[in-house]
Design a protein around this ligand. Structure first.
Ligand SMILES: *Cc1c(COP(=O)(O)O)cnc(C)c1O
Length: 468
């Protein structure tokens, strides 16, 4: 038996030194995405149209999305086949390694077994190409060769710039101004792949002009940048819109992460007790956690926890209500944990987590008690990131370091309780484009943006009324 396993899984067969890096053979890249919709303990509320106040019609959405993605958004099928053309491109870096963080464990003197899924090995350096590739593909199949999108920290824009290039398409990226100015090399990365990068708010759209009229120095936000990209896509027949997180089809595409991790843990005879992922819009957290939902709903003791910044705490301090996905109210209203579509998160160094809302799927699971959520402050995040870099040799994205901070908390708690457990987390990306943030950390100029209660109360007072 032992030799048979050796043949199938050469990665773990060459001796104990290799066990910390658990590789799946290339042909075990998942053949389908896992759709959690049929396994939800409670149905999702439908999205409501910003124009009519009624449930959104497919026609409204077909103005900006290809039909294949809309179908996936609402599908009742548990497994959705990954097209060969998409699998071929994913195979350029997938399956990604699952790594046992043994040096981190030692530094923390914890009995916890800590494993992380390394999504930083993708061409754009994060998990985002997992959905950028299929989104570009389905648009191309539908005859749309140009996409408009937004990007916060630059990772989604990078992923879509790269993915559209793979299919000979073009894209325009509205980049939140604060990141545009903080991260010039993300801009260069996108432009290298042929994307056009516009700082947002911009004068190119009505939504951008309205914000600039109020505040010419607006740092921008994801909510504003989404308004700009949606406005452009809705107004041009040759252009569709692509979103890097939040939507059901995005989380669906990300389930390759959790499916692979489950198999990789099984290869070393393990399973997770705790699962962590940072949460901005919910895609990497959903990607690692959703494939475990059937087990959790069936009563297995697996605790999945979404980790967010204290400065933008949609899940832990927001309201579960219908709200717009963007500032200008152009997107449908969806039921989610929200801080209010008018909430302007402080300019933290985790741009990818600065979103007022959350994925409706993650929100519904949190509301039903299937998963949990936790918020961490920026200073704790960066000291956890430093410890991770020192022990595991990888500079994490500041976003990913939120998950690391929560994992460190849990590992210390397990040490104090003298209890062993398996902790799995998603390292959603590397931080090699985020050295400006690390520079601020090292020179002691990192602000701790606390949570602005009054700003949230004001933004929540402006939630739309929906009879859902
Ligand atoms: C975009 C991004 C996030 C946040 O988005 P989610 O959809 O919540 O995953 C987290 N980490 C990295 C590296 C990102 O690029």
């Amino acid at each position: 038996m032992a030799t048979q396993r050796t043949d199938t899984h050469p990665g773990i067969a060459t001796g104990p030194a290799m066990v910390d890096r658990i590789m799946l053979p290339a042909d075990e890249l998942p053949r389908s995405w896992y759709n959690v919709l049929p396994d939800l303990p409670c149905p999702l509320s439908p999205p409501f149209s910003p124009a009519t106040g009624q449930p959104v019609t497919p026609d409204e959405l077909l103005r900006i999305f290809p039909p294949q993605l809309l179908e996936q958004e609402m599908s009742g099928e548990r497994e959705i086949a990954i097209p060969d053309e998409v699998r071929d491109i994913l195979a350029m870096w997938r399956p990604t390694p699952l790594i046992r963080a043994r040096r981190l464990e030692r530094a923390l003197r914890t009995p916890a077994r800590i494993f992380f899924k390394h999504e930083g090995v993708s061409p754009a350096g994060s998990h985002k190409p997992n959905t950028a590739v299929p989104q570009a593909f389905y648009n191309m199949k539908h005859g749309i060769m140009r996409l408009a999108t937004e990007t916060g920290a630059g990772q989604w824009g990078s992923a879509l710039a790269w993915a559209t290039r793979m299919f000979g398409m073009t894209c325009r990226v509205y980049m939140v101004r604060v990141s545009h100015d903080q991260k010039p090399y993300r801009r260069t990365f996108m432009r290298l792949f042929g994307a056009e990068v516009i700082p947002s708010p911009s004068p190119m759209t009505a939504a951008g002009r309205a914000i600039l009229a109020q505040d010419p120095d607006s740092p921008g936000s994801l909510g504003i940048a989404i308004s700009e990209a949606v406005e452009e896509a809705a107004g041009r027949a040759d252009t569709n819109y692509a979103l890097g997180s939040v939507l059901n089809h995005v989380l669906l595409h990300q389930t390759v992460i959790g499916q692979e991790a489950k198999r990789q843990l099984a290869m070393v005879g393990d399973r997770p007790d705790y699962i962590y992922g940072c949460h901005g819009g919910g895609s990497n957290f959903g990607g690692i956690a959703l494939p475990f939902v059937p087990e959790i709903v069936a009563g297995e003791r697996i605790r999945a926890i979404a980790v967010e910044p204290e400065s933008c705490p949609s899940l832990t301090r927001g309201t579960f209500a219908f709200d717009y996905g963007d500032t200008a109210k152009l997107t449908p209203m969806v039921r989610m944990y929200t801080l209010g579509h008018g909430f302007m998160p402080p300019a933290s160094h985790a741009g990818g987590l600065r979103y007022h809302g959350a994925s409706p799927l993650v929100s519904a699971l949190l509301n039903a008690g299937v998963i949990g959520a936790e918020a961490v402050p920026q200073a704790e995040v960066f000291s956890a990131a430093e410890l991770f870099a020192h022990t595991e040799g990888i500079v994490p994205a500041p976003e990913s370091a939120h998950a690391i901070a929560a994992v460190v908390r849990k590992a210390v708690e397990l040490r104090e309780e003298g209890r062993a457990a398996t902790v799995l987390f998603s390292l959603s990306g590397h931080g090699l484009f985020d050295l400006g943030a690390y520079d601020a950390y090292l020179s002691g100029t990192l602000e701790d943006n606390s949570f602005a209660s009054e700003a949230v109360a004001a933004a929540l007072a402006d939630l739309p009324r929906v009879e859902g």
